[in-house]
Design a protein around this ligand. Structure first.
Ligand code: DO4
Ligand code: MG
Length: 299
């Protein structure tokens, strides 16, 4: 069972459930976390609550593909873990050392350390949903999407859902100096989430999600990569426990869990590209790319 939000006929945001058969039912709650809170109050799971609603209502006449999907959760904060896959360690080392792979870096250290890398990635105002443009920085010449599984958390750090995230990143800015990380990771529309949230209780093994990323340029496939959460170095509980430690969390916080798909080193995103990120049993997050180097910054 997946939860989506879509724009209704008069434009109002509507929460809905999508069954494994792809049938859509409108839900009475307005937000995903309202559903979670109500289930908690009734001593049940969101899935049971959704099933009750479905039994008492009729499906929407419209098909899922016909709906204008919105970001499934307006996450007050998006955090992200980094260097959680070997592929990310390799790519980060490449950009930090200019390809001198015999040098040991802090990326090697963090990959093996007890404490994971966790950084602040985005806020609701900087995060876009399905089909909304992700933005390129005007002062970076080396930008990529980072396709990542996102954990939807309660304020106590309970994982209540799984979604798809894009941790847009500037490899040149991060590679120049690690202290530039916030600028390499956070700017206007530098994070995308969606198209759906899979209820946590419907996922048997979260280490078996299959991820794929395709980038189209001029309608032609330019980059393609696949990965599995089975390749993760760390456990989700471990990442969440470090995020929660001495911290304040808000209901509906999303924690991105790191990337294992990195485009070839010579690739950089360009205005007009189209990014498709799919995760098995969750869906496909599609975003066009806008912006990029200005004359001022392209020299
Ligand atoms: O160290 C920088 C961030 C790495 C990252 O975002 C990732 O591994 O996904
Ligand atoms: Mg990342």
């Amino acid at each position: 069972m997946r939860i989506i939000r879509f724009a209704g006929e008069s434009g109002q945001a509507t929460l809905a459930a999508v069954t494994d058969e792809g049938v859509v039912y409108a839900l009475p709650q307005q937000h995903f976390m309202e559903l979670v809170t109500l289930a908690d109050e009734q001593g049940t799971e969101p899935l049971a609550l959704v099933r009750q609603t479905i039994e008492q209502s009729s499906p929407l006449a419209a098909k899922l593909e016909e709906l204008e999907l919105l970001v499934p959760i307006e996450a007050p904060e998006v955090w992200a873990a980094g260097v959680t896959y070997e592929r990310s360690r390799e790519a980060r080392n490449y950009e930090a050392t200019g390809g001198k792979l015999d040098i040991t870096t802090f990326y090697d250290k963090v990959y093996d350390a007890e404490r994971p890398e966790i950084f602040f990635k985005s806020t609701a105002a900087r995060t876009v949903g399905p089909e909304q443009p992700v933005q390129l920085r005007s002062d970076s010449q080396w930008q990529i999407p980072e396709p990542e599984l996102g954990l939807v958390l309660t304020r106590s750090g309970r994982i209540v859902g799984y979604t798809i995230g894009n941790d847009m990143s500037c490899r040149d800015i991060e590679g120049e100096n690690p202290l530039y990380l916030p600028q390499a990771k956070m700017w206007r529309n530098s994070c995308a989430i969606g198209p759906a949230i899979r209820l946590a209780e419907t996922v048997e093994d979260p280490y078996q999600f299959q991820l794929a990323c395709r980038i189209f340029r001029g309608g032609v496939l330019a980059v393609e990569g696949t990965a599995s959460t089975g390749q993760l170095k760390r456990r989700f509980d471990e990442l969440v426990s470090f995020l929660c430690r001495d911290n304040v969390l808000f209901d509906g916080t999303v924690l991105l869990t790191g990337t294992c798909i990195v485009p070839p080193n010579e690739f950089t995103l360009a205005d007009g590209d189209r990014i498709e990120i799919s995760i098995s049993d969750i869906g496909v997050l599609v975003n066009p790319v806008r912006g990029g180097a200005t004359a001022e910054h392209s020299a």
